[in-house]
Design a protein around this ligand. Structure first.
Ligand code: FES
Length: 109
């Protein structure tokens, strides 16, 4: 299991214990964490699952592939170093302690 901390744009934190194999997006969606919209359901076709990876974790995650990189161009306020699509990151035990922040554009109304 891996403890993942999701931080909403307003600072609300959600620490969720997740089984390996799910994606970061599914972990948020299945636990009612606001701030990850995921309109396309994980097909890498919407960019509404955009998150900013905590600086200390950027190098520890699998690299961005071409499809994710293309879709990140449509994300709101992307950060070239920190932005990822949470539906493209599969959780592993090694991600225990991972921290991600959600952008303002995905703030729940
Ligand atoms: S859920 Fe649509 S790109 Fe991730």
């Amino acid at each position: 299991m891996a403890n993942i901390t999701y931080i909403e744009h307003d600072g609300r934190r959600h620490v969720i214990n997740l089984a390996p194999g799910k994606t970061l997006m599914e972990g948020a969606r299945d636990n009612n964490v606001a701030g990850i919209v995921a309109d396309c359901g994980g097909a890498c076709a919407c960019s509404t699952c955009h998150v900013y990876i905590d600086e200390s974790w950027v190098e520890k995650l699998p690299p961005v592939d071409e499809t994710e990189r293309d879709m990140l161009e449509f994300a709101d306020e992307p950060d070239a170093r920190l932005s990822r699509l949470s539906c493209q990151i599969k959780i592993t035990e090694a991600m225990d302690g991972l921290i991600v922040k959600m952008p303002q554009s995905q703030t729940a109304a």
